[in-house]
Design a protein around this ligand. Sequence first.
Ligand SMILES: CC(C)(COP(=O)(O)OP(=O)(O)OC[C@H]1O[C@@H](n2cnc3c(N)ncnc32)[C@H](O)[C@@H]1OP(=O)(O)O)[C@@H](O)C(=O)NCCC(=O)NCCS
Length: 163
Amino acid sequence: MDKTAKILTFTTIDPAIDRATITAFRNDAHRCSYGETCPFEEASYLKWIERRVDRFPAGFVLVKEDGQPIGQLELQIVSIDDVEVGFINLIYLVPAYRGNEYGNLLTDYAETFFKSNGVESYQLRVSPFNARAIAFYEKSGFQKIKEVTQPHVLWCYMKTIGR
Ligand SMILES: CC(C)(COP(=O)(O)OP(=O)(O)OC[C@H]1O[C@@H](n2cnc3c(N)ncnc32)[C@H](O)[C@@H]1OP(=O)(O)O)[C@@H](O)C(=O)NCCC(=O)NCCS
């Protein structure tokens, strides 16, 4: 796949229309993070998405190529230690699109979103089990800042973007 020949669009999630797609994508991301042993709570996820899409319509998007969903982003602004920062709740590509630098197109979109919201850095949390995502974050300029347990162990990464 030649990413230079491709144009991605980022379309606000419609929880009613996109329900099956976002559930499948979120389930797969959950598997990448925690394996098969930890069930994903679909009903509570869909309720949460409805609220967050209303708050951050440009942050909760399906990534499409030629009209077909190939990925998903969940981006929001949160307060951590009394500082407003960007937060990636989900970055997801379907398997066929991994390993082709499409991930950079997703972080480019995320950074534009975060800059337009006036934050200087953004964070995310990743399972130590998810070696591929960790390799992606580390080569993309993220730094590990701490480890939390909620209830799984998660590594917290941060990237500074300036204004
Ligand atoms: C996270 C994600 C967006 C990154 O996009 P991507 O296209 O896969 O990223 P890249 O291929 O550019 O980078 C991944 C790196 O990990 C490496 N890698 C792949 N499998 C790996 C593994 N099992 N262990 C360690 N490194 C691995 C790749 O070789 C690549 O490094 P390289 O470019 O130096 O060769 C994508 O993998 C994805 O959607 N994963 C599923 C959902 C997910 O886990 N999201 C994150 C939740 S926190």
